[in-house]
Design a protein around this ligand. Structure first.
Ligand code: GLN
Length: 540
C-alpha cells in the first residue's frame, strides 16, 4: 500500500454529474504521463452485483474478462484506458456485507460484536487496497457511487476518512459538484456546493480538490468564492464545463491542470509530460468525419440510452477510425409488428443491429427486423439475443420450421433451435450463473468473419444462458448458413453468417465490451464500413 497513491472521487449536489467520466478522464491523464493506473467503483446498493438489475434501473450491465457483471462505469474505464478491469474493480454494499457475514459464520470474529465500524469499513478498506496489493499500480482511483449525504454511502465515506487519517501523504479526495446557472438571475450559484462540502466535513472528510460541473465558464470571482467557502486552494477549484463528447473531457481537465494539481499535492515534483497524441488524433477524426451513415439499433430498452452504452460507444470508436459518423437510431422492437411497419421504420437505414436482451417482450419485433435486413440485403449484426433471433428467423422462414423458437420464450416449442445447455438446466439461482466472461472462439478459414478478425483464434466476452442447438446444425448448413465460429472446448456455435448476403453476421458473444478508443473492435469497424458501402450503393 505504501507506494500506491489513492485518489477518491465523491459526488455532491446531484447524481449523474459524471463521476465515472471524471475518474476515467483523470486516469487517462495520469496514464498519458506514464503512470500505471486503475479505477474502482464502489456501489452503495445491496445487490451483490448489477447482474440481476433491470437495465431501466441502472443502465447496461458491463461484463469483464473474468466474468464479473459490473456497473457500466467500468466500460468507460476500459474504453479510456485500454486496460482490462476485473471483479475487484467493482464492489457493492451487498458484496461487502456478504463477505463480512460469511466471515462471521466461519468464526473469524469469534467473541466480537460485528459492527459497521470497524468490520464493514475494514472490509471496504480491504477491497480498496487489495486492488493494488502487489504494488501493481501507481494510482488507484476509487469512485464512491451515490451522492454525499445518502444514508447508504456513509460507510464508504467513513472508510475514505480512515484511509486519509492513516495515510494522508498518499491519498486525496476529489469532490465532483454542480455549479448551477440561474438564468433569471443571470448567475452561477455556489451555495449547493458549499452545503455539499459542509456535509462531507461533518463526516470528517475535507476535499482537496473540487471539480465543478457547469454550463458556463467559472470566472475568477466564482473560483475565489468557492475556494474560500469550501476551504480548498483556488488552483484546486477545477472547472468541468459541459462537453459535446465524453472523449473531450480529459483534454478539458488537462487545460484546467487537474493532473498537475493532483501530482503536486501527492509529492511529485519532477513531472513527466503527458503524451495524448493518439487520443487527440482520435478526437480530431471523431469531430471531422468525411462520411456519415445511419444505423438502427433494435431493442426493447430504447427509452434509456444507457441500456446500450457499450454498443453506442463501439460505433463511435469504429466510426472515428474510418472517419465516418454513425448516427444511431434507437428503434423499439415492440413497434415492429409486421412487414409494413418494418418497411416504414427500417427502410432508410444503412445497417440494422438487433440488440442483446432477455425475455419475451419485443422478441417478435426483433425477429421481424432480422427478416427485413436479410431479405433486403441491409447489413446486419445480431448480438447475443440478436444472433438467437437471426437463428430463429432463418429456421422459420428459410428452413420452413414455422414453430422454431428459443426455449427461453417457449419452453415447449417443437423446434427449440435455441436451447439451454445441459449444465444450465440444473441451475436455479439467478445471480452470477450465466455463461459469463471471456471464452475462446475458433474461426473457420475462408469465411467472412475470418477476414474481419484476420486470425483463427479469438476471445470474446459472454453473458447468456441459451445457445444454438447443435441438433439443427446440418439443416442450417444445407440451407446456406455458415456456422463460422465455434468454441471447441464446449462444442458451441458462437458465430453465424450468410455468405449469400452482402453483410450478415450474428454473434453469441458481446463484441461491444472489448471496443476501446485505442482498439476499435474489428466487427464494428467492418459493420460501419459495410453500412457506408450500402449507403453509397443506395444513392447510385
Ligand atoms: N436471453 C438470452 C440468453 O440468456 C440472450 C442474452 C443476451 O442477449 N445477453 O441466452
Amino acid at each position: 500500500m505504501a507506494d500506491t497513491k489513492y485518489i477518491f472521487v465523491t459526488g455532491g449536489v446531484t447524481s449523474s454529474l459524471g463521476k465515472g467520466i471524471l475518474s476515467a478522464s483523470l486516469a487517462k491523464l495520469l496514464q498519458a504521463r506514464g503512470f500505471r493506473v486503475t479505477i474502482q467503483k464502489l456501489d452503495p446498493y445491496i445487490n451483490v452485483d448489477p447482474g440481476t438489475l433491470n437495465p431501466y434501473e441502472h443502465g447496461e450491465c458491463y461484463v469483464t474478462e473474468d466474468g464479473a457483471e459490473t456497473d457500466l462505469d467500468l466500460g468507460h474505464y476500459e474504453r479510456f484506458l485500454n486496460v482490462p478491469t476485473s471483479q475487484a474493480n467493482n464492489v457493492t454494499t451487498g458484496r461487502i456485507y456478504q463477505s463480512v457475514i460469511e466471515k462471521e459464520r466461519r468464526g473469524d470474529y469469534l467473541g466480537e460484536t460485528v459492527q459497521v465500524i470497524p468490520h464493514i469499513t475494514d472490509e471496504i478498506i480491504r477491497n480498496i487496497t487489495s486492488v493494488s496489493s502487489s504494488g501493481s499500480f501507481d494510482f488507484v482511483i476509487t469512485e464512491i457511487g451515490g451522492t454525499v449525504g445518502d444514508i447508504e454511502s456513509l460507510p464508504y465515506v467513513e472508510a475514505v476518512r480512515q484511509i486519509r487519517f492513516a495515510n494522508r501523504k498518499n491519498s486525496l479526495v476529489i469532490h465532483l459538484t454542480l455549479i448551477p446557472y440561474l438564468s433569471a438571475a443571470g448567475e452561477l450559484k455556489t451555495k449547493p456546493t458549499q452545503h455539499s462540502v459542509k456535509m462531507l466535513l461533518e463526516l470528517g472528510v475535507q476535499p482537496d480538490i473540487l471539480v465543478c460541473r457547469t454550463e458556463h465558464p467559472l470566472n475568477e470571482g466564482i473560483r475565489h468564492k468557492i475556494a474560500l467557502f469550501c476551504n480548498v486552494e483556488k488552483h484546486a477549484v477545477i472547472e468541468c464545463i459541459d462537453a459535446s463528447s465524453i472523449y473531450e473531457v480529459p483534454l478539458l481537465l488537462e487545460k484546467e491542470k487537474l493532473d498537475e494539481v493532483i501530482l503536486s499535492k501527492l509529492g511529485f515534483d519532477d513531472l513527466p509530460g503527458a503524451d495524448l497524441y493518439t487520443w487527440k488524433q482520435f478526437l480530431s477524426k471523431l469531430k471531422n468525419p468525411k462520411n456519415s451513415v445511419e444505423i438502427g439499433l433494435v431493442g426493447k430498452y430504447v427509452e434509456l440510452k444507457d441500456a446500450y452504452k457499450s454498443i453506442a460507444e463501439s460505433f463511435i470508436h469504429a466510426g472515428a477510425s474510418i472517419e465516418c459518423q454513425v448516427k444511431l437510431r434507437l428503434i423499439h422492437s415492440e413497434a415492429l409488428k409486421d412487414d409494413d411497419v418494418c418497411e416504414e421504420k427500417l427502410k432508410s437505414l444503412s445497417g440494422i443491429l438487433v440488440a442483446p436482451g432477455f425475455g419475451e417482450r419485443g422478441i417478435e419485433g426483433k425477429i421481424n427486423a432480422v427478416k427485413f435486413a436479410r431479405t433486403n440485403n441491409i447489413p446486419f449484426l445480431g448480438i447475443c439475443l440478436g444472433m438467437q433471433c437471426a437463428v430463429i428467423e432463418f429456421a422459420r422462414n428459410t428452413l420452413g420450421l414455422k414453430e422454431a423458437h428459443t426455449t427461453e420464450i417457449d419452453k415447449n416449442t417443437i423446434h427449440p433451435v435455441i436451447d439451454l445447455m445441459k449444465e444450465q438446466k440444473r441451475i436455479h439461482i439467478k445471480g452470477g450463473t450465466m455463461r459469463l466472461g471471456g471464452y475462446h472462439c475458433r474461426l473457420q478459414p475462408d469465411t467472412g468473419i475470418f477476414k474481419i478478425y484476420g486470425q483463427a483464434d479469438i476471445s470474446e466476452r459472454h453473458r447468456h444462458r441459451f445457445e444454438f442447438n447443435n441438433h439443427y446444425k446440418d439443416g442450417f448448413l444445407k440451407a446456406g448458413m455458415l456456422l463460422s465460429g465455434n468454441n471447441p472446448e464446449l462444442n458451441l456455435v458462437e458465430i453465424i453468417e450468410l455468405p449469400s448476403h452482402p453483410w450478415f453476421f450474428g454473434v453469441q458473444f458481446h463484441p461491444e465490451f472489448k471496443s476501446t478508443v485505442a482498439n476499435p473492435h474489428p466487427l464494428f469497424r467492418a459493420f460501419v464500413a459495410a453500412a457506408l458501402h450500402y449507403s453509397k450503393l443506395e444513392k447510385l
